[in-house]
Design a binder for this molecule. Structure first.
Ligand SMILES: Cc1ncc(COP(=O)(O)O)c(C=O)c1O
Length: 397
């Protein structure tokens, strides 16, 4: 039976990770993988997480199943983190289930959409996180891209976004990244969120918002502004969130799916279908990550510590963005990289071609994914000069 299967190429980013690991050059720089790194290139466990884990070790009383929706405290606290003190919470128009990471949440969302409307097309930004395409196609959904990022200006193509979304029919789904767009770093401003909300009301499509970086852009509240504006104005939407980045819980696989419905009854019906979808995929989520997040968000002291740690990460990333733009100019890298300083989150495109990306890897041990997306958190005081000088050498050849 398996003889018919063809080999599948390694995921390009995972392949680069392996090459980087095997590279003996002491000057090697990894800008490929999408995890936060500190000044010395590590991805340490947060202190707030360590404290919550110690508490959990002492206080956990059972290993029995959690239930389809997972940890109820986590679900309620994460709903508040995403939506704030929003009227949809008071009016029972939102219900959240814990999922295995943001990826698990997106897959549950895809199955739910397929169940609600098997003919739905899901519209994603061009470009988007590569796994979006795989997740939605694996669930049997049609996927289309709408214009979003402009490689000529390194900004948004918002007029073209509007033009395409104005033709999306009722019953389709449009996916936006809540903040820190992966891979471009370009986000909608609040007026642009309002514009897309107006188009959705007119066209009657449904939003699916992917919130994988809340707190990494401008702040926890600011990064949720788009979601909260939509929650004020649209009747239905889905929010898929992840605690991988903002709590640094990558390998614990913790995220959530939040269903917003027209009224409490409709929300309950959609949510019961969500739980039914979950039952048939993984039955119930794991406990550890949700317990850590619930312990942190349920304690004022741990929340304060977590805020402090998250602020440090965000400030480091934003500081690095200006630092990189200045360093590139100082070392004579051809072109203007000021756009890096104006984008959000961990990612930006350098806009360089594949030949340059390859030379950077083979001759300088600098690892960048083929699209020229870089993880700015991979830059630090030790490697910045080397990076800028190598880039200048390659691009000025
Ligand atoms: C845009 C986006 N969405 C979702 C995810 C999924 O995160 P996870 O499944 O690790 O929680 C990621 C992770 O890189 C991402 O960049």
């Amino acid at each position: 039976m398996f003889d018919q299967l063809q080999p599948v190429p390694t995921d390009p980013i995972l392949g680069l990770m392996a090459e980087f690991k095997a590279d003996p050059n002491p000057k090697k720089v990894d800008l490929s993988v999408g995890v936060y790194k500190d000044e010395v290139g590590n991805t340490p466990v947060l202190k707030s997480v360590k404290k919550a884990e110690a508490f959990r070790l002492e206080n956990e009383t059972s290993k029995s199943y959690l239930g389809l929706a997972g940890n109820a405290d986590f679900n309620s606290l994460i709903t508040q983190l995403i939506f704030g003190e929003h009227q949809i919470i008071e009016s029972s128009r939102v219900k959240t289930a814990q999922t295995p990471g943001g990826t698990g949440s997106l897959r549950v969302a895809a199955e739910l959409i397929k169940r609600a409307n098997p003919d739905a097309t899901i519209w994603v930004t061009n470009p988007t996180w590569a796994n979006h395409l795989s997740i939605f196609k694996a669930a049997g959904l049609k996927v289309e891209e709408f214009p979003y990022f402009d490689f000529d200006t390194m900004g948004l193509k918002f007029n073209e976004t509007v033009e395409t979304l104005s033709k999306v029919p009722e019953g389709d789904v449009v996916l936006f990244h809540a903040c820190c767009h992966n891979p471009s770093g370009m986000d909608l401003n609040i007026e642009q969120w309002q514009t897309v909300a107006d188009i959705a009301k007119q066209q009657k499509f449904t939003f699916l918002i992917d919130s994988a970086y809340q707190g990494f852009g401008s702040g926890l509240e600011e990064d949720a502004a788009g979601i909260r504006l939509l929650a004020d104005q649209v009747e239905q939407m889905i929010v898929c969130s992840s605690c991988s980045k903002n709590f640094g819980l990558y390998r614990e696989r913790i995220g959530a799916i939040s269903i917003v419905g027209r009224d409490a009854i409709k929300t309950e019906i959609t949510f019961s279908n969500t739980l039914n979808v979950i039952r048939a995929i993984y039955s119930m989520p794991p406990a550890h990550g949700a317990d850590i997040v619930a312990t942190i968000l349920g304690s004022q002291d741990l929340t304060a510590l977590w805020h402090q740690e998250l602020n440090e990460k965000r400030e480091r990333i934003n500081g690095l963005r200006s630092f990189i733009a200045t360093k590139f100019a100082e070392k004579g890298v051809p072109g203007n990289f000021d756009f890096i300083a104006n984008q959000n989150g961990m990612f930006s495109f350098l806009g360089i071609d594949k030949a340059a990306i390859n030379t950077l890897k083979t001759d300088y041990s600098i690892y960048i994914v083929g699209s020229s997306r870089v993880n700015v958190a991979g830059v630090n005081d030790t490697n910045a000069n080397y990076l800028a000088e190598s880039l200048a050498a390659v691009l000025n050849k």
